[in-house]
Write a protein that binds this ligand. Structure first.
Ligand SMILES: NC(=O)C1=CN([C@@H]2O[C@H](COP(=O)(O)OP(=O)(O)OC[C@H]3O[C@@H](n4cnc5c(N)ncnc54)[C@H](O)[C@@H]3O)[C@@H](O)[C@H]2O)C=CC1
Ligand SMILES: O=C([O-])C1=[NH+]CCC1
Length: 315
């Protein structure tokens, strides 16, 4: 009989997960997902239960990668919490199983993994779609995803300026104190995105916060919030003028208010660009609509587990 699962919690995950190892694994996983070969990846669109009384949702995200021997599921609760709440907007747990026997090998805290894998995938979108001469990054929102996106983007690219906007100046200033590099606080979204080459939207808003008329032609937008069919972060003008990419077409058509309500077409998945089966339109304004996928969690959890095993087996 298999022994009990190992439990790997936030602080330990922090010491084991690094963007330099995570990014190549995610690029490979996105490519595999987009090949739609069920011998390689089985990952349905997230099943979501509504927690009406608590203004929240429980997402179930199972993934099986046969050739990699990876079986994983994530439980993620996400909330439309008002600003007064001190609880996180997203709470997640990952369960890694042995596909041969079905026993649970590891249970992991999913908050940091969700933060890092989401930011790493946005950074991959920028690597593929942002203009190489990009100088200015704007981040809208100052929560957990804002922090992981700041870390991933400043590690992977050399921006001359990083700007941040939040609804209150106090939050933006507290964000600046929490990061290890320079950031400019902006008092409006327009000020933050004016002339920006890359824009990351990581808010919990349900109505558009970023409008196409403010976005510099040729800019790249990584849109990470608004993960319900009736939630928006981007307006119709931006969605219709930009070339829209997604992590999963099916996910975007089922869950993205920005895609569904604007009627914009998803031009390609990131994995198709990675596989060379679709085009990266760097010269145009591009939007990467991120919903988050189980395959990203599965390879991240396997990486954490591999690193944990290597560390614990050292004499
Ligand atoms: N695409 C993906 O894979 C993932 C998406 N998410 C989504 O990303 C968003 C951010 O997540 P976290 O950073 O964990 O949340 P958080 O609660 O830590 O940060 C949310 C930020 O949005 C701001 N905000 C809230 N309501 C707003 C409004 N009406 N207008 C403008 N700003 C507003 C808050 O002040 C805060 O800065 C959420 O919508 C979450 O569901 C989270 C995880 C993965
Ligand atoms: O992929 C993910 O973990 C999530 N996407 C939206 C909220 C949480």
């Amino acid at each position: 009989m298999a022994g009990p699962p190992v439990v790997i919690w936030e602080q330990e995950v922090e010491g084991l997960l690094h963007y330099r190892e995570l990014v190549p694994r995610l690029e490979e996983a996105l490519g595999k997902f987009s090949r739609r070969d069920s011998a390689e990846v089985i990952q349905p669109v997230r099943t979501t239960l509504t927690l009406q009384k608590h203004h929240g949702f429980l997402g179930l995200m199972p993934t099986y990668m046969e050739n990699d021997g990876v079986l994983c599921t994530k439980f993620v609760c996400f909330y439309k919490r008002e600003d007064g709440s001190s609880l996180p907007a997203v709470q997640a747990t990952l369960v890694l199983l042995d596909p041969e026997y079905g026993n649970v090998k590891a249970v992991m805290d999913g908050e940091l993994i969700t933060g890092m894998r989401t930011a790493a995938v946005s950074a991959i979108s920028a690597k593929l779609l942002m203009r190489p001469e990009a100088e200015v990054l704007a981040i809208l929102g100052t929560g957990k995803q804002a922090l992981s996106h700041y870390n991933a983007f400043t590690e992977m690219f050399s921006f001359k300026e990083v700007r941040v906007w939040s609804r209150t100046r106090q939050k933006a200033e507290s964000f600046c104190r929490s990061v290890s590099g320079p950031v400019t606080v902006c008092v409006s979204v327009q000020e933050a995105v004016r002339g920006a080459d890359a824009i990351v939207t990581v808010t919990r808003c349900t109505e558009p916060v970023l409008f196409g008329q403010w976005v510099k032609p040729g800019a790249h937008v990584a849109a990470v919030g608004a993960c319900r069919p009736d939630w928006r972060e981007l307006d119709d003008v931006l969605m219709k003028e930009a070339v829209v990419y997604a992590d999963s077409r099916e996910g975007a058509m089922a869950e993205s208010g920005d895609v569904i309500l604007s009627g914009a077409e998803v031009f390609a998945e990131l994995g198709e660009v990675i596989n060379g089966t679709n085009t990266a339109h760097r010269e145009k304004t591009t939007v990467f609509k991120s919903l988050g996928m189980g395959v990203e969690d599965a390879v991240s959890a396997q990486l954490v587990f591999d690193q944990w095993k290597a560390k614990t087996s050292q004499p």
